[in-house]
Design a protein around this ligand. Structure first.
Ligand code: NOJ
Length: 534
């Protein structure tokens, strides 16, 4: 663990999707007890911190991003005192714990929303959310044309005729950040977790929170990209930043806490979130949608590095998370195929799983060599592919329903982790698993890879150890020109990272290759391979 106050600057943070990480009590759902038991594994992996997806009391209609109580742990996951003990025990293993904070919306089971439903239009209780009258003669038309991010109208009507706003599922009513009680409550929630030892927060929907005054129509193009910067009625509005500065002042009262923004905004606007009195980090999501293409990777990386550094911050790399198709599968598909759409009924013969696995390792060695911080999603280190063939009747993600069954959703990246090659849930727990695990997961189980040289797990462990030794200094960063198919960059005088993203082997420059993502012959870099050279 880095001891400096700014420990996050070069940190490797491991993302735990609680429900699917490890099941301590055998009920088929992951829990805090399971997480606690796997701390030695995480310590051995060599990470600095974990980010724990929402673990609060919740009906789990959006996997816990529908919070019914921000201070209580979901009873399937454990108790608040177990969470506190986990934070302390992780610390003893040299691991900090980031908690996921969900300020844009609550669950419809939150006491505030229940009180709002029970209260009259115009009441104080309703003012903490966005309740409006409808349009049309009888108010039967939603107040405006906003569409939910998951699909369908962003408004649901309640029995007395008013409508409430939910920019996600209808079970996730948006909170009204113009109401002072909302900001005060989140201050108190932040203090609650910081006082229990949390190292900080991953802030959900950091680009949300603020809505345009008067709730104007969005117009025919609802996407952020279709509007001038700052003009979308509920995404990336300038009014977000005073809220962020308030949170930052609160965090700064503590010694070394941080917050990372989940801000899906245009890359040109990301630095606004990273100003010195705002977020410590904001995820660089552009690699999540990038093709396997050296030029594309290079320009994303160059932009992220320079725009973060321009505001005195560092980039924050992500290859997978609980919202996107796992990169071992993305990279097994041809460029230009939209993986999220392919999942439902795409041509299966397009998928080359072996190529995806090679590229996933190669990409990991890129992000782990770049300046800044890297986030690893649980199972990335095992090279897990997406569970792309989940049966439709197993799906739980609200996107499947809200999209009118046109988008399969995110369950395929949330399948429980295989710890052992055998057993009903491959060592996830003593019972079953809340989502079926693909058969291919058995050979990728952690126990299988544990002592296998050059397994994905072995490569991650060694890469993290080397990174810690050689790469966490202020080394600088320079992209190198090594041909159209090669991504290459230098960190300081004694470190070069090279990835062959083309189809043919390329010659390696003079120098010692001291680490590689896959086999290679002397002097040549095969396709889909990264080397670290001195
Ligand atoms: C982003 C989270 O990562 C995602 O899982 C969730 O569905 C939405 N925010 C809504 O909270």
């Amino acid at each position: 663990m880095e001891t400096s106050r700014a420990w996050w600057r070069h940190a490797v943070v491991y993302q735990i999707y609680v429900r699917s990480f490890a099941d301590g009590n055998g009920d088929g759902t992951g829990d805090i007890d399971g997480m606690r038991r796997r701390l030695p594994y995480l310590e051995r992996l060599g990470i600095d911190a974990v980010w724990v997806n929402p673990w609060y009391r919740s009906p789990l209609l959006d996997g816990g991003y529908d919070v019914a109580d921000y201070r209580e742990i979901n009873e399937q996951f454990g108790t608040t005192s177990e969470a506190e003990a986990f934070i302390a025990e992780a610390k003893a293993h040299g691991i900090r714990v980031l908690v996921d904070l969900v300020p844009n919306h609550s669950s419809w089971d939150h006491p505030w929303f229940r009180a709002a439903l029970a209260a009259a239009p115009g009441s104080e209780e309703r003012a903490r959310y966005h309740f409006l009258e409808g349009r049309g003669d009888a108010g039967e038309v939603p107040p405006n044309d906003w569409q939910s991010v998951f699909g369908g109208p962003a408004w649901t009507r309640v029995p007395d005729g008013q409508w409430y706003l939910h920019t996600y599922d209808e079970s996730q009513p948006d909170l009204n950040w113009d109401h002072p009680a909302v900001a005060d409550e989140f201050d108190a929630v932040m203090r609650f977790w910081l006082d229990r030892g949390a190292a900080g927060f991953r802030i959900d929907v950091a680009h949300g929170l603020v809505k345009a005054p008067g709730y104007p129509d969005a117009g025919p193009v609802q996407e952020l990209a279709g509007m001038p910067p700052g003009q979308h009625p509920f995404i990336d509005r300038d009014g977000i930043h005073p809220i962020v500065r308030r949170w930052r002042r609160l965090l700064d009262e503590y010694d070394d806490r941080m917050m990372v923004a989940e801000a899906w905004v245009d890359a040109s606007r990301r630095p606004l979130y990273l100003r010195p009195d705002e977020y410590h980090q904001a995820f660089d999501f552009d690699l999540l949608t990038a093709n396997w293409d050296a030029g594309e990777f290079a320009s994303i990386i160059a932009e992220s590095v320079s725009s973060a550094q321009a505001v005195g911050s560092d980039p924050t790399w992500v290859l997978s998370n609980h919202d996107v198709v796992r990169h071992a599968t993305r990279y097994g598909l041809p460029n230009g195929i939209e993986p999220g759409l392919w999942l439902l009924d795409g041509d299966r013969s397009l998928l080359d799983e072996a190529r995806g696995a090679r590229r996933a390792r190669a990409a990991a060695l890129v992000t782990l060599a770049l300046p800044g911080s890297a986030y690893v999603y649980q199972g990335d280190e095992l090279g897990l592919p997406e569970a792309w063939d989940l049966p439709l009747d197993a799906l739980q993600d609200p996107i499947w329903h809200d999209s009118g069954h046109t988008v399969k959703g995110r369950d395929g990246c949330r399948v429980p982790i295989p710890w052992e090659p055998t057993g009903e849930s491959l060592g996830f727990g003593d019972g079953g698993a809340w989502l079926p695990q693909p058969r291919a997961y058995a050979r990728l189980a952690a126990a299988v890879q544990e002592n296998a040289p050059d397994s994905s797990l072995d490569i991650y462990r060694r890469a993290l150890a080397i990174r810690r030794e050689r790469l966490v200094d202020e080394l600088g960063f320079e992209l190198l020109d090594a041909g159209a198919d090669v991504l290459a960059f230098r960190r300081g005088d004694r470190f070069v990272c090279m990835t062959n993203m083309g189809d043919l082997p390329v010659s390696l420059p003079a120098g010692e290759v001291f680490f590689a993502s896959g086999p290679f012959d002397d002097g040549e870099l095969p396709p889909d391979t990264t080397v670290w050279m001195a």
